[in-house]
Design a protein around this ligand. Structure first.
Ligand SMILES: *Cc1c(COP(=O)(O)O)cnc(C)c1O
Length: 224
């Protein structure tokens, strides 16, 4: 199987309501071009330096999504071109993105990352924490942020019931937040959940965006 065939197969199975992010971290620019040449335009990266060097060489109509933990001091490097930051995990980061985007008069799409996994080292807001953030902020006081939805990663486990349970909770929470805080905001429509090993479960629970790396590109081999 090659990248183009993998993509074709995946796109055949994906419901129309689900968008595909090709997670290209640790894969080469040539491999990204193979995916690009099949029509794929949304790519996800999780390290700023790697993203900057790839972006330099690759077509400018790629829609880049940042999907890793982002330090506030690095925000300024990606704001000139990033489409979506899927991994906003603090109010401070939200404020920095808004501030840097204001300087360039850009609007950055943002997904708030929610901590649903068992592993403590994973990033993201806990449910209650995110509610208190929404209670505290006025979303319109971030004029350069487009609040687009939520993102979450399930626990790395073979236990499908556990993964499904985590996706289910996130999906219920998404609906609640959408109704309570974004009822008037049609942009808040993305629930990014599901990776190569668990995306079918995620789709079953209402995911609207899956982030697939190894399922498209195979084993990661670049060492950075
Ligand atoms: C690496 C990564 C993915 C893709 O992982 P695969 O298992 O290769 O599909 C998805 N989301 C995030 C946040 C990641 O860091």
């Amino acid at each position: 199987m090659n990248i183009a065939e993998n993509l074709l197969q995946i796109k055949k199975e994906l419901p129309e309501s689900v968008r595909l992010v090709a997670v290209s971290k640790l894969y080469s620019g040539l491999m990204i071009m193979e995916a690009y040449n099949t029509g794929q335009r949304i790519f996800g990266e999780n390290r700023v330096q790697e993203l900057l060097s790839k972006r330099e060489l690759l077509p400018k109509d790629i829609e880049w999504h940042f999907i890793g933990h982002l330090q506030v001091n690095k925000v300024k490097y990606i704001v000139p071109f990033i489409h979506t930051v899927q991994s906003v995990d603090s109010l401070k980061l939200l404020e920095y993105i808004n501030k840097e985007a204001a300087k360039l008069d850009r609007t950055i799409h943002v997904l708030l990352q929610v901590h649903i996994a068992e592993e403590k080292h994973k990033f993201g807001f806990y449910f209650e924490e995110l509610i208190s953030v929404f209670d505290k902020i006025q979303v319109n006081s971030f004029p350069h942020i487009c609040f687009s939805g939520l993102m979450g990663m399930a626990t790395l486990t073979k236990n499908k019931a556990q993964i499904s349970g985590e996706f289910s909770k996130l999906s219920d929470f998404f609906k609640k937040v959408k109704a309570d805080y974004f009822a008037a905001n049609a942009d808040f429509n993305t629930l990014s959940m599901g990776m190569s090993e668990d995306y079918q479960l995620a789709i079953g629970k209402g995911s609207t965006m899956v982030r697939l790396g190894s399922k498209i590109f195979g084993t990661r081999y670049l060492k950075l």
